[in-house]
Every structure is written in structure tokens, then in C-alpha cells.
Design a protein around this ligand. Structure first.
Ligand code: TA6
Length: 300
């Protein structure tokens, strides 16, 4: 892996992007362009902050987050890959896959304009990752930061056998008061309710949060909107290559047990995750690739 000096010599962009030591010894890329500021940890290719100019932060990062090499950071956009939730057969394997807790390397940076900065990263495979996932599937994360945030996860099957992956961009959005927001776009959608042992249900009306919510909306390529009357804004979530949307808020008791969500953390976060999970795992044929793309934008 390249050290900070090497990273900056090769990939820093004047007036837009610099690599720095981050909390807990993690290396971060700090982006500051004319449209937004952002912070990305190289561990997990995990976006920690994205704030368009003049806006409140759009992405929520827990005030009690722990920053430890090899542990996932509470908040931001953890990349869940190549499985979501518990591993199908190996109870000891990491929850939500391993992509979020291992180093990624920088492949390229670019400033297409003064208002856009792009960072391309690739997961670094090691003996440890191969023990969890013995498939040849290079995965890249392409992040474009500006007034809009675009994230793309590209999985290529470089092996000789078909592979099946689960994945999600587990985005924690910052909201004024979770009890007052509505998620629009999932009306009439079928979902698995994790709070009730994955019971299959149908959404009626907008999603509102007044207790623990942990739902996987399946067969659902729809764009959604988080309508936030307290921060007086709408967050628009557009996506391609994603058939599932996960909506999660742990509420008071679960949040207290987690220990890294902060005292009133649950009130100011809502995960709306775009991916392919449960019914919607993705088969990738040898030589083929799959792209999961999301785009976030704030509207007032
Ligand atoms: O996406 C929802 C979820 O799968 C929940 O069930 C919840 O446990 C959450 O993700 C957080 O998981 P983590 O492993 O980051 O604590």
C-alpha cells in the first residue's frame, strides 16, 4: 500500500483533493471543491461526509463512531459486499461482507470541473479476503463528489465460474428528526420485515418511523425521496442496477446496545440503502460485470 506522501504525489488534486491522516490512524481523502466538501476513508472506501455548499450535512456520521483499523465506522456509506447481513452458511464470517473493513487502494482521481471531484478505488485482496471469498471478482468503487453525490460499485467476474453476490450501499442519511420524515417511492412495495422474523409484507403509503424499522424492499428498482420538514429539504435517491432498498432505524433500545450510535443518534439518522439483497442477489457470469449506481441530491 502506498504511504501518504506517495498518495499525495500521485493522486492529490490542487484545490480539490488531499490525502491526510484521519481519526484512529485511518487514511482519508479530503475533498473541497466549489460545490461540496467530503471525507472518504480508504478503509472500506467508506464515505464519511458529503456536504454540498450551503447545506447541512447530508450524510450522518455518529458522534460516537469508533475509528479502528479492521472495524466498520458507524455512519457514512459503508459498502456491504459480497454479501449483505449474515453470511448464508458461515456464522463466523463478518456481517455485511468484508469490503467495509479492509483497505482499498486508489486507482485514479480526477477533477472533471471545479465543481466535481472523482475518486476511484479498488478493494485490496489478501489471503484473509480470499479465505472469506475464494472468487476472482475485482471490485471498484467510483465516487463523484459535487452538488450531487454519485457512488458506483463495479464487480467484475474475472473467474471461470459464475458467482452470486449480495451488496448494498448502506447509506446513513442525516435527518432533522427521524419521527417527522417520510420516505416516498416505496408505496405498495413488497418487503421483508426483519423486526418480525423477515415476514413478507406490503407497504402502504409513505414509510414513516415511530419505532424500530428494519426492512428489505425487494424487487424494487424505484427511486426514492426522503422528505424532511425539519431541515426543510428533500433528499433525492436515484439508482440503477439495484432491485432492493433497505430502510433501517434501530430506535432507542437497539441504539443504546450498539454503543457507537451516540445518545440521541437514532433521531438524526435514517439508513436508506440501495442494493441487491435477499430475493435479488446478482449472478455474474464469467467475464461479465455488474454495476450498482446511486446518486443523491438535495432539493429545497
Ligand atoms: O441494513 C440494516 C441492517 O442490516 C440492520 O439489520 C442492522 O443491524 C444494521 O444493518 C447495522 O449493521 P452493522 O453490522 O453495521 O451493525
Amino acid at each position: 500500500m502506498m504511504d501518504l506522501a506517495g498518495l499525495n504525489a500521485r493522486f492529490a488534486i490542487q484545490d480539490a483533493l488531499v490525502f491526510k491522516p484521519g481519526p484512529g490512524g485511518l487514511v482519508v481523502a479530503e475533498v473541497e471543491n466549489q460545490a461540496a466538501s467530503a471525507l472518504i476513508a480508504l478503509q472500506g472506501a467508506q464515505l464519511m461526509r458529503w456536504t454540498p455548499r450551503g447545506e447541512e450535512p447530508v450524510i450522518w456520521l455518529s458522534g460516537a463512531a469508533r475509528f479502528t483499523p479492521g472495524k466498520s465506522i458507524r455512519g457514512g456509506v459503508p459498502v456491504c459486499w459480497p454479501w449483505f447481513g449474515a453470511h448464508a452458511s458461515e456464522a463466523g464470517f463478518p456481517a455485511h461482507g468484508y469490503a467495509r473493513t479492509v483497505p482499498w487502494e486508489v486507482l485514479a482521481t480526477e477533477a472533471p470541473s471545479a465543481t466535481q471531484t472523482r475518486l476511484v478505488m479498488r478493494l485490496v485482496e489478501t489471503d484473509a479476503t480470499r479465505a472469506w471469498w475464494p472468487h476472482d471478482t475485482p471490485v471498484e468503487c467510483h465516487i463523484t463528489l459535487g452538488e450531487t453525490l454519485d457512488l458506483e460499485l463495479v464487480t467484475r467476474n474475472a473467474g471461470r465460474e459464475p458467482v452470486t453476490i449480495g451488496e448494498a450501499l448502506h447509506t446513513y442519511f442525516h435527518v432533522g428528526d427521524v419521527e417527522r420524515v417520510q420516505v416516498l417511492g416505496l408505496e405498495d412495495g413488497e418487503y421483508l420485515d426483519k423486526v418480525e422474523g423477515f415476514r413478507r409484507k406490503t407497504q402502504s403509503g409513505p414509510v414513516v418511523i415511530s419505532g424500530e424499522v428494519d426492512r428489505v424492499y425487494v424487487n424494487n428498482p424505484a427511486a426514492c425521496v426522503i422528505s424532511d420538514p425539519v431541515l426543510q429539504r428533500r433528499i433525492l435517491i436515484d439508482k440503477h442496477g439495484s432491485e432492493s432498498t433497505v430502510v433501517w432505524n434501530p430506535w432507542i433500545e437497539k441504539a443504546a446496545k450498539m454503543g457507537d450510535l451516540g445518545d440521541a443518534g437514532y433521531r438524526h439518522m435514517l439508513c436508506v440503502e440501495s442494493g441487491n439483497v435477499a430475493d435479488n442477489l446478482v449472478d455474474i457470469a464469467p467475464g461479465e460485470q455488474h454495476r450498482l449506481w446511486v446518486s443523491y441530491r438535495v432539493e429545497r
